[in-house]
Write a protein that binds this ligand. Structure first.
Ligand code: ASP
Ligand code: MG
Length: 506
């Protein structure tokens, strides 16, 4: 089985959805299971809709609902004006009802928000399925979420065993026929497996709790859904299609001559995602890498390009920098005061309070034990974090050991990733930043990554500089040749690739 996941831009219009159907059809021998995102932008609208409903803003709700309806019906007409589109109409009616209910109850709970957000993917499933039918392919649309999760709405955690069981139950309802597959335990041996006679189409991003309430896996979570389905189905491969040629050496919007990496290790791809490159949803790599399932990032609009292969175990060339990534929207927070060093377990308590506020700790800056520790956190929860820290250190503040909770905003993480990086690269990177008068507020190094916390305003300059000085020469010097997106010798089309997987691909 082959999992093929398409992002929001890939299914952004009826025309594009038909194009996706053709790409899927071309792989029919491999038993594709399609995972789709919502049409581009739709999730944002649905979340705005949920908020407007919670605030009782009926006019806004009606306008957004009207736009969403028009957009989906227009796509449907383009895909096949002769199809009945009954399921689509009834889904749209259910969305209206869900919003009406939220409006009536002024319900802004995370659970209701997820219930409304889940419509984007549920509608897209119907469009993609009908596009395949229009091309004459037998299709089975999974119209309910198949991934079972906990009830942390908005950022739910999948439960693998329950998901596996649900996927196989759903599969059993499909018309199955035996095919030869790979054994998940011994990938070299072949065994008989059941595959559906039809192409399955499933919704990305969404799941449901064991008792059937809709959840979502966090923004950009369709990649993760694809990986989970690949794992649950013991698929041979999982291809993630978006609007860029693969994983780049840097965000091509920032570095126009960034290049596509032909291969990258799962570990490096994972690090890249956490460091801000939108390679893949950060959690989507482990479930497939663990099982040795081939994971590939490909471009819907250049389906002939091989993309980037994410290999479970790729040692890679030693001592070679591979990519530079940037992550914006960070803050440094700390509890400071003359008596801070007297407070036992200060750093641990700082971290615990941040976690209690559901903040994400990205790094720490902790030069001297007990003195002025700072946690680098994602800014999304900063208000709640500060609240929590004030409460946590109330006693120490009353006694004057801690004077204030300090927050330094608008910071970014700039990371140089590679394999077995060393002192030479660290010094090189430090010099490159210094030459740009960029002053890191902290830095840290391990063999796979050198990272710097810098002002957000300096991030693009830092990325360009590190790419020019360190990545580019490395690309030129070794056996590992990058995959030039255009093999015919034409210069890479900077514009066409202007939205990188490092950028905001979907
Ligand atoms: N539609 C969801 C989002 O926009 C999930 C995804 O596209 O991966 O976040
Ligand atoms: Mg998306």
């Amino acid at each position: 089985m082959l999992i093929m996941k398409f992002g929001g831009t890939s299914v952004g219009t009826g025309e594009r959805t038909l194009h996706v159907a053709r790409i899927v059809q071309a792989q029919r021998e491999r038993h594709p299971v399609v995972v789709t995102s919502a049409m581009s932008g739709v999730t944002d609208f649905l979340l705005a809709l949920a908020e407007a409903a919670a605030n009782g803003e009926r006019t806004i709700c009606e306008r957004v609902l009207g736009d969403l309806r028009a957009r989906h019906l227009e796509a449907a007409q383009h895909i096949n004006p002769h199809a009945s589109w009954e399921r689509l109409s009834s889904r749209l009616a259910s969305l209206d009802a869900a919003v009406e209910d939220a409006l009536a109850r002024r319900d802004g709970s995370a659970a209701t928000c997820d219930a409304i957000a889940s419509f984007g993917e549920l509608l897209a499933v119907l469009l993609v399925a009908e596009a395949l039918r229009t091309l004459g392919e037998p299709v089975l649309a999974w119209e309910e979420p198949v991934i079972v999760t906990d009830d942390r709405f908005g950022d739910a955690t999948p439960q693998m065993e329950a998901t596996r069981a649900a996927v196989h139950r759903a599969l059993a309802r499909a018309d199955l026929r035996p095919i030869v597959g790979r054994s998940p335990d011994a990938p070299t041996s072949e065994y008989l497996q059941d595959a559906p006679a039809a192409t399955l189409v499933a919704a990305g991003f969404i799941g449901q709790t064991a008792d059937g309430r809709p959840t979502t896996l966090g923004r950009g979570g369709s990649d993760y859904s694809a990986a989970l389905l690949a794992a649950a189905l013991d698929a041979e491969a999982c291809w993630i299609y978006s609007d860029v040629d693969g994983v780049f050496t840097a965000d091509p919007r920032v570095v126009p001559d960034a290049e596509v990496l032909p291969r990258i290790s799962a570990a490096a791809a994972g690090r890249l995602s956490y460091c801000g490159a939108k390679v893949l949803h950060p959690r989507s790599i482990a479930p497939v890498a663990r099982r040795g399932i081939e994971l590939r990032v490909r471009n819907t609009f250049h389906p002939e390009q091989p993309g980037t292969l994410i290999e479970a175990r790729l040692e890679g060339p030693r001592g070679r920098p591979q990519a530079v990534a940037g992550r914006r929207g960070l803050c440094a927070v700390g509890a400071v005061g003359d008596g801070a060093a007297e407070v036992p377990g200060l750093f641990g308590r700082l971290c615990a309070a941040i976690l209690a506020a559901q903040g994400e700790i990205v790094q720490s800056a902790h030069p001297v034990v007990g003195h002025d520790p700072r946690a680098i956190v994602d800014e999304t929860r900063i208000e709640a974090i500060v609240e929590c820290l004030r409460r946590e250190f109330a006693a120490e503040r009353a006694q004057g050991q801690i004077e204030e909770i300090v927050v330094q905003k608008r910071l970014a993480l700039c990371t140089l990733l590679g394999v077995q990086l060393g002192h030479a690269q660290l010094v090189h990177a430090q010099r490159a930043l210094a030459a740009q008068r960029i002053k890191p507020i902290s830095q840290s190094a391990c063999p796979d990554a050198l990272s710097f916390i810098i002002p957000e305003a300096d991030l693009n300059r830092a990325i360009v500089r590190l790419h020019d000085e360190i990545i580019k020469p490395a690309l030129r010097s070794g056996a590992e040749r990058p995959n030039r997106p255009y093999l015919d010798g034409a210069p890479p089309a900077g514009r066409a690739r202007a939205q990188g997987r490092h950028g905001n691909a979907s």
